[in-house]
Write a new protein. Structure first.
Length: 199
């Protein structure tokens, strides 16, 4: 039995662990687009992004018997996917270590459909905001994306990024501070609302 609601992901996970192919398909349908979106922010190679999604789900299927129940399927899959993607990127660039913290390209794109920016700002302002965001270090952008776009807890972000929770707090605080200084003419909360609003 496949459950499609947000609260049903843990139940789908349980059904998948019990052998349900329908629950596995529901998990794939729910999370493949999210993983693709996340992967495209880490890596420009769309084929590599898609291959890693397949690898993660193939691994889950092959190792179902060894997997444990999880309460936050989204955070679990994002962490597994991030590791798989970074491992593949590292293998492609033999001389770069797995923790590609400064090399990752993580990019946040401002949706032209964002209601607040669309109504209150010009193309020039959107470009200025995008430039300020993309001037942030990749790990800061990733933390902002996970917190405000994917609505994950600080604890989940720490697990996904493989850092401690205190570092996540500091990273997001520093990102806010840098954005506030670079975009002094924008109200920061309105700015983040429209930057990270899903289209």
């Amino acid at each position: 039995m496949a459950i499609q609601s947000g609260e049903g992901h843990a139940a789908n996970w349980q059904h998948f662990l019990g052998g349900s192919r329908e629950a596995f398909a529901a998990l794939y349908a729910s999370f493949a687009p999210l993983l693709y979106n996340y992967g495209c922010k880490e890596c420009a190679d769309r084929r590599l992004v898609e291959d890693c999604i397949q690898d993660v789900f193939e691994y889950l299927l092959a190792h179902r018997a060894q997997l444990s129940p999880v309460t936050n399927v989204k955070a679990y899959l994002l962490k597994a996917y991030r590791r798989a993607l970074l491992r593949k990127i590292s293998n492609m660039r033999k001389n770069i270590p797995v923790a590609l913290t400064d090399e990752a390209r993580f990019e946040i794109v401002i949706s032209p459909e964002s209601h607040l920016i669309g109504q209150q700002s010009s193309l020039h302002r959107r470009e200025k905001v995008a430039a300020a965001l993309n001037a942030l270090p990749p790990r800061m952008k990733e933390a902002l994306f996970l917190r405000f776009y994917e609505d994950l807890s600080f604890e989940d972000i720490a697990a996904i990024m493989e850092i401690d929770q205190k570092s996540v707090y500091k990273m997001i605080y520093k990102a806010f501070d840098k954005l506030r200084r670079q975009l002094a003419d924008f109200p920061l909360w309105a700015l983040l609302y429209c930057l990270l609003l899903k289209p």
